[in-house]
Design a protein around this ligand. Sequence first.
Ligand code: PLP
Length: 388
Amino acid sequence: MSIVYMDNNATTAVAPEVFEAMTPYLTEKYGNPSSMYTFGGQVGAALRQARSQVAELIGAHPDEVVFTSCGTEADNTAIRSALQVNPAKRHLVTTRVEHPAVLNLCTALEKQGYLVTYLSVDSRGMIDLDELRYALRDDTAIVSIMHANNETGTLFPIEEAGAIVKERGILFHVDAVQAVGKIPLDMQSSTIDMLALSGHKLHAPKGVGALFVRRGTPYRPFMVGGHQEKSRRGGTENVASIVALGAACALSGAHLVEEDTRVRALRDRLEHGLMRAAPDARLNGHPLHRLPNTTNISFEYVEGESILLLLNRFGICASSGSACTSGSLEPSHVLRAMGVPYTAAHGSVRFSLSRYNNQDEVDYIIDKLPPVIHRLREISPFGRQPRA
Ligand code: PLP
């Protein structure tokens, strides 16, 4: 049975061109980029090229790119750095719908005595800029908000938020792990001070990421060690993966238009097809301000994990908005923050597409999913309560 993979917000396939670009650095070109001889020097040149490729995709200068081990490290670095450069400032602002890379760090910081304001979102997953404005204080060290939500794809108004934050002279970090490679970004004209991205969301391997740090931004390293990354991140560089990240960024840049046209059209076809075929289905997330590849649909009165298990039998890979923790199914914190009713939050399924998907796959899901919902509703513990 072949696989229909629509879980690209979880992770992506490594692009064949990316694999080809990185393999020499796992085999014959294994020198340390910091060494003096030519054998290592050629590796240093590959790192420089990768840095330029990452910078180019986000409209930054190459020296503003710091390679990290993942998006989580980039987020942690940005937030911890802001707190270290401003030790007297003990307040942070973030949102209730961030990824655990930010939320769990905030929880840990609260235990150390920091104060965190969590901005709420409306039913479409959108923040309120007035709430942001009123949350800012004289002792706010950093505002950290995501660009695109990983579960719903909702896009925050980053530049409007940044203008409010910068007016108060506060550091502004953006978790753009889901946005980079899917929508155009330009740091040159942006208010963002620091921005996190991750390789495995854009067809590079897992275990590599980067932090954009605007020139002149006060900064302290998270990983302290050797002088790699101009002393901004200690540790011998993961050369092959960094080369892969560079190649993946170059490819993503070349496919941005396709992402906004062909991938968006496939996503819309899937969304409309499923909403039409399955009664009591509702869209989670902003209908317009949303990533072009993501749709999150709730099928009321059934459990998302049961849907996934049955879809798995057809080789369909997607995600659910509930996670099985300690034996009970907890609806996602994102859907709860949006006020999605319990019966709908439990039955949510996220499909996240990539440029490797095609219309046959979309139609296959439109064919297979509605009978699955029908079957589950017949045995649902909630009991089907059709709308009047
Ligand atoms: N931030 C967001 C919005 C994400 O979706 C993810 C991963 O799913 C991360 C951060 C963490 O990235 P990584 O898996 O590279 O640590």
